[in-house]
Design a protein around this ligand. Structure first.
Ligand SMILES: Cc1cc2nc3c(=O)[nH]c(=O)nc-3n(C[C@H](O)[C@H](O)[C@H](O)COP(=O)(O)OP(=O)(O)OC[C@H]3O[C@@H](n4cnc5c(N)ncnc54)[C@H](O)[C@@H]3O)c2cc1C
Ligand SMILES: *[C@@H]1O[C@H](CO)[C@@H](O)[C@H](O)[C@H]1NC(C)=O
Ligand SMILES: *[C@@H]1O[C@H](CO)[C@@H](O)[C@H](O)[C@H]1NC(C)=O
Ligand SMILES: *[C@@H]1O[C@H](CO)[C@@H](O)[C@H](O)[C@H]1NC(C)=O
Ligand SMILES: *[C@@H]1O[C@H](CO)[C@@H](O)[C@H](O)[C@H]1NC(C)=O
Ligand SMILES: *[C@@H]1O[C@H](CO)[C@@H](O)[C@H](O)[C@H]1NC(C)=O
Ligand SMILES: *[C@@H]1O[C@H](CO)[C@@H](O)[C@H](O)[C@H]1NC(C)=O
Ligand SMILES: *[C@@H]1O[C@H](CO)[C@@H](O)[C@H](O)[C@H]1NC(C)=O
Length: 529
């Protein structure tokens, strides 16, 4: 043990002291030379480059860090940050990284839960897409072209400017980046009516390993299939998406109701499992289970919060709830009617009365985060639910969020897109720990909690494979080191994220990027040549 520690430590010194000075400095300069050589002088391409000795490097890097766990002085940093202003800059970046043997990390909104868009143990160039963020909404044709660096809130705002009865099915949090979100699947409160973001994607621009810009026609249907949920970062850099907009009514209804254990939360959650998949597809209800400390009473309990979006008015909603889910005891006073854009503000937890302009704010506050995911296919018996609640109270800080499936999700075949979690799933479960305390000790404490609860849930969730949602990135379920075992390693997390679609993703990868230039810690591996 001591011996191996010593070895690791001395090889660490070796790496620090010798490799960068000997090898990395020239390759870094040759990267800059390559950029100049492959661009027009009037492009001033070097003005898009930040090296660690540049005074803006730190703020450019931190601007799209959305998880404090990866905002430390000890977090590995990019050798170079490159911030393209146009698609041709992306082409040059890919070409020059390849020529000078540099790994490329692609970051759009920076919301990756494990930070893999901007952190790596292997030295890399960071391609920051945040300046490529135009949004072009065509209401007549019910489509929009949106560049990768735009954020979901900006997309919703630009649609709303042109129409109050159109929307796009994607996540609730307005600062999530379009770039990573859509190609990872992308779900939000319209998923039971319209499916995922990828189910409403009609075209894209991708810069491939040869530096070419391809659209749906020129990339072909297999690659277009792969980037609809398989994560584009394994295949190229997506610079823009063409979306199919969807219709929403003038008036929608929301509610947020909270039930505690004393208010029979266990019964309500128990019954919800039997109805969730089948209930009217105009309705989406998110259920969050949260352990809370009732300090004044000196007791601990669980709150079950039901948050809903209904595509219709409150009378219709109430009649559906009375008929199909009376256990919740919803009242007309719980229901609030509003426009779709107001419902987005409500879901994003803005205070009542906030104007839609709030969706244009690019900078949220950030905490330390850890997420894991599971799929629930069979209702959990009541006594087992009770034991899960007890476990959550014992652990104290990890929340479970149940996102209802069914509706449109059950109509789309598993192989239609790489995202395979369709019919037969009642809920996707998210494990969520958020904390504000600095330090490794706190981090280990909270992350360990999520893992303990995840292990506790094993008997109740999907098996062989135990499925996971790509956009809830979780390096606990496997990491790729791009060595001789890259395929074996890739299969471990690949089957969890994609089930049998993993095999087709590998085929596409082998065709379009056989040398694995577009590698990351959880990328799709090519087959060996
Ligand atoms: C607060 C919060 C709320 C969230 N809510 C939801 C939700 O409601 N629904 C949901 O589905 N998910 C949700 N997520 C997860 C989110 O969808 C993913 O983290 C998503 O990948 C974020 O995209 P990004 O561009 O912001 O992330 P980034 O960190 O920039 O990228 C994520 C991944 O995509 C790759 N990537 C990014 N841009 C490109 C590109 N242009 N071309 C190719 N590859 C690219 C990156 O390399 C990385 O692997 C949430 C995350 C957070 C932090
Ligand atoms: C930092 O980088 C930017 C962009 O490349 C450049 O314009 C600026 O002059 C650099 N500043 C310093 C101090 O090197
Ligand atoms: C800083 O980076 C520039 C390239 O942008 C390089 O020419 C210069 O030598 C570097 N300076 C130091 C002190 O490393
Ligand atoms: C990262 O740290 C800087 C201070 O160094 C701080 O200003 C910024 O808000 C932090 N960002 C996140 C996401 O923690
Ligand atoms: C990166 O290195 C750190 C420190 O050695 C290690 O804890 C971590 O697991 C590594 N990450 C990956 C993805 O290999
Ligand atoms: C709608 O799409 C058609 C064909 O795709 C195109 O010819 C037309 O110009 C578009 N309409 C508008 C208003 O742009
Ligand atoms: C917002 O607040 C106003 C005034 O307090 C109230 O009349 C209105 O019903 C509230 N709307 C919602 C959606 O809560
Ligand atoms: C993780 O948490 C569990 C339960 O609280 C505890 O028993 C265990 O020792 C912890 N493990 C680590 C590695 O901290």
């Amino acid at each position: 043990m001591e011996n191996s520690l010593f070895l690791t430590f001395s090889s660490f010194l070796f790496v620090i002291h010798f490799v960068p000075l000997a090898a990395s400095t020239p390759s870094y300069l040759s990267f800059l030379q390559c950029l100049s050589k492959h661009s027009h002088p009037s492009d001033h391409i070097l003005s898009r480059v930040y090296t660690p000795n540049n005074s803006s490097y730190k703020s450019v890097l931190q601007h799209y860090i959305r998880n404090q766990r990866f905002n430390r002085s000890t977090t590995p940093k990019p050798d170079i940050i490159f911030t393209p202003l146009q698609e041709s800059h992306v082409q040059v970046a890919v070409t020059c990284c390849r020529k000078t043997d540099k790994y490329l990390k692609i970051r759009s909104g920076g919301h990756d839960y494990e930070g893999i868009s901007y952190v790596s143990n292997i030295s890399f160039v960071l391609l920051d897409m945040s300046n490529l963020r135009s949004i072009d909404v065509d209401i007549q044709n019910e489509t929009a072209w949106v560049q990768a660096g735009a954020l979901l809130g900006e997309l919703y705002y630009r649609i709303w400017e042109k129409s109050k009865v159109h929307a796009f099915p994607a996540g609730v949090c307005p600062t999530v980046g379009v770039g990573g979100h859509i190609t990872g699947g992308g779900y939000g409160n319209l998923l039971r009516k319209y499916g995922l973001s990828v189910d409403n994607l009609i075209d894209a621009h991708i810069v491939d390993v040869h530096g070419r810009i391809l659209n749906r026609g020129s990339m072909g249907e297999d690659l277009f299939w792969a980037i609809r949920g398989g994560c584009g970062a394994s295949f190229g850099v997506i610079s823009a998406y063409k979306l199919r907009l969807v219709k929403v009514p003038d008036v929608v209804t929301v509610f947020r109701v909270v039930r505690t254990l004393e208010e029979t939360a266990i019964d309500i959650v128990y019954w919800w499992q039997f109805i969730a998949e089948k209930i009217d597809s105009n309705l989406f209800i998110r259920l969050a289970l949260k352990p809370i400390d009732e300090k004044q009473k000196g007791t601990k309990t669980i709150t079950a919060t039901f948050v809903a979006l209904f595509l219709g008015d409150s009378r219709e909603l109430l009649s559906i709830m009375d008929r199909d889910f009376p256990q919740l005891g919803l009242h007309i006073e719980d229901c609030k009617e509003m426009s779709w854009i107001e419902s987005e503000l409500f879901w994003a937890s803005f205070p009542n009365g906030t104007l839609p302009d709030a969706l244009l704010n690019r900078k949220p506050g950030a905490k330390f985060l850890k997420r894991k995911s599971d799929y629930l296919q069979k209702p959990i018996p009541k006594d087992k639910l009770k034991s899960i609640f007890d476990k959550m109270i014992e652990l104290g800080d990890t929340e479970l969020v149940f996102n209802q499936y069914g509706g449109r999700m059950s109509e789309i075949p598993e192989w239609e897109t790489p995202f395979p979690h369709r019919a037969g799933n009642i809920f996707k479960i998210q494990y969520a720990a958020n904390w504000g305390k600095e330090g490794k000790e706190a981090e280990n404490f909270y992350i360990n909690q999520t893992r303990v609860l995840y292990n506790y849930m094993t008997p109740f969730v999907s098996k062989s494979p135990r499925c996971a949602y790509l956009n809830y990135r979780d390096l606990d379920i496997g990491v790729n080191h791009n060595g001789n075992n890259r395929y074996i390693e890739g299969r471990v997390y690949g089957l969890k994220y994609f089930k049998d679609n993993f095999n087709k993703l590998v085929k596409v990868k082998t065709l379009v990027d056989p040398d694995n230039f577009f590698w990351n810690e959880q990328s799709i591996p090519p087959l060996a040549a």
